[in-house]
Every structure is written in C-alpha cells, then in structure tokens.
Design a protein around this ligand. Structure first.
Ligand SMILES: Nc1ncnc2c1ncn2[C@@H]1O[C@H](COP(=O)(O)OP(=O)(O)OP(=O)(O)O)[C@@H](O)[C@H]1O
Ligand SMILES: [Mg+2]
Length: 252
C-alpha cells in the first residue's frame, strides 16, 4: 500500500502550549487509520493539520513537514488552500448541516466550485447520498430542511456533503459519538465501504470501534504519538506499556 499522508518531525504550538510533539508518521492510502488517546492529547489538533484548519486559529505555530501525495501542504500558494480543503473532507463530532434543504446541503460544495448545470448537480447529489447510505431514506423529501432529519441521518448527510466534492481523504472527528447504536453501526458500515475509495482518518474514544473499523491505529498521549501500528498489533500486542495501559483501561 502507498503512503498517502506523511508527517516528519511535526510540532504544533498554541501560543506557548506545545500541543503536538515531534510527530513522524506515514498513513496509508485507501485504509482506515484510527487515532486514539485520552481527552486533550492532541487527536483533533493532529487531524486539523491535514486540511490546514489549525491555520484558522490565532497564535498557532507549526514546524516540520506534512505531505499529501508527496506534496508539502504547508508550501502551497494561498490560492491552493481551497483545493486542498476540497481534497480533504471533514466530518465533525456533532452533525452540522447548513440551514438549507437536504438537497442544497449536498449541492453546496458543487455550487461553490462553480458547477451550475442542474443535471450534473442532481446526479452528484444522488450519488453522494447513496454513498453515504442515506438516499433511500431521503429521496422523497430532498426539499425538506436538513434539520428535520434525525441526528444519525444528519451525520450521514454531512458525510454526503463531504463526499460530493470528491475528496480523496476523509477526516472524521468522533463522527459517531453523538449517535445511538443503530446509527453508529450504519456509520461504521459506511466507513468500511468508503475505504475502497478514500483514505480515512478517524478519531474515536471507542476502543471497540477502533478495533472493528480501522486497519491502523495511532495512540496519542500528551501530544506525543506513542505508538503507531496495525490495529491488531496495537490491540493484541502493543510494544509500549503506555499503549497497553490505555487500551486495557488503566488510564484515560
Ligand atoms: N484553539 C486552541 N487554543 C489553545 N489550546 C488549544 C486549542 N485547541 C486545543 N488546544 C489544547 O491542545 C490540546 C489538544 O487538544 P485537542 O482538541 O487536539 O485534544 P483531543 O485529543 O482532540 O481531545 P478530546 O478527546 O477531548 O477531543 C489540549 O490541551 C487543548 O486544551
Ligand atoms: Mg478532539
């Protein structure tokens, strides 16, 4: 498998606070990588490196090298950051649909990208909703407000919205933590399907979930990446005793 995303000696500071410490890791294309670790250890911060969302926060300093497809994403022109964000979709913990119709939520990114043929848009909306395993539930109410959907449906809508602009990477920050077990199972099945086409990084606090859905797992503690390996190794035979303590529930 190819390495899609790579960090080399990455440090991130929020002002004086050293939030990511010397992170060097390669993450594989078309695989699911889970990021685990106690609250505040830097998982979301790490995820936000790859769509340069940390740039939007004041007083952030980042050093080291971060590449996607061998390109340093911190050495691109300002005008190419929009392309980067198109290529790197993100889904958050709480579903955050726009106050628009179901259809327009998914069409939004296409319109922003200057696509204006209605047929192209409606085909892509349908495809994205199908990929997000939501089409059957919403096909008869596309003109209804997104807020009329359940939480689990709203989250799948947000996934469809992210997929519509055809990214190659999907960042998911605890995408199922606010959902019931049935919706969670749907999101997990969906992630399994999506990894055929996408490189997925997912933050989760749920060890069973990480074990079920990911191929690789990184364990973070206090801003350090303590261990990164195949998921089955992390969960059955971790090399670092801090990893072992965490996954067996002794802290965090
Ligand atoms: N915008 C910010 N400004 C200053 N400090 C921040 C900011 N965002 C995060 N931090 C700090 O950086 C550290 C890592 O935060 P981060 O949100 O990445 O943790 P996390 O592992 O995602 O935690 P959780 O599991 O609770 O979501 C924390 O100590 C946090 O307080
Ligand atoms: Mg977080």
């Amino acid at each position: 498998m190819n390495i899609k995303i790579k960090t080399q000696n990455v440090h991130l500071y929020y002002g004086d606070f050293h939030a990511l410490k010397d992170i060097s890791v390669g993450m594989y294309e078309k695989a699911v990588t889970a990021l685990i670790g106690p609250s505040g250890c830097g998982k979301s911060t790490f995820l936000r490196l790859f769509n340069r969302m940390n740039d939007l926060i004041d007083n952030v300093k980042i050093t080291g090298e971060i590449t996607i497809d061998q390109k340093n994403i911190y050495q691109i022109k300002q005008s190419h950051i929009d392309n980067l964000r198109r290529n790197v979709g993100m889904v958050f913990q709480k579903p955050n649909p726009f106050p628009k119709t179901i259809f327009e939520n998914v069409a939004y990114g296409l319109r922003v990208n200057g696509i204006n043929q209605e047929k192209v848009i409606s085909d892509q909306v349908e495809l994205s909703l199908r990929q997000a395993a939501l089409w059957e539930e919403v096909k008869d109410k596309l003109k209804k407000s997104a807020f009329e959907l359940s939480g689990g449906q709203q989250q799948r809508l947000c996934i469809a919205r992210a997929l519509a602009v055809e990214p190659s990477i999907l960042l998911m920050d605890e995408p199922a933590s606010a959902l019931d077990p049935i919706s969670t199972a749907k999101i997990e099945e969906l992630i399994f399907e999506l990894k055929k086409d996408y490189t997925i990084l997912i933050v989760t606090h749920n060890m069973q979930q990480a074990g079920r859905i990911s191929d690789y797992t990184g364990f973070f503690l206090n801003g350090e990446l303590i261990e990164f390996d195949e998921t089955k190794t992390i969960f059955t035979n971790p090399k670092n005793n801090k990893t072992e303590s965490y996954i067996t529930g002794r802290f965090g």
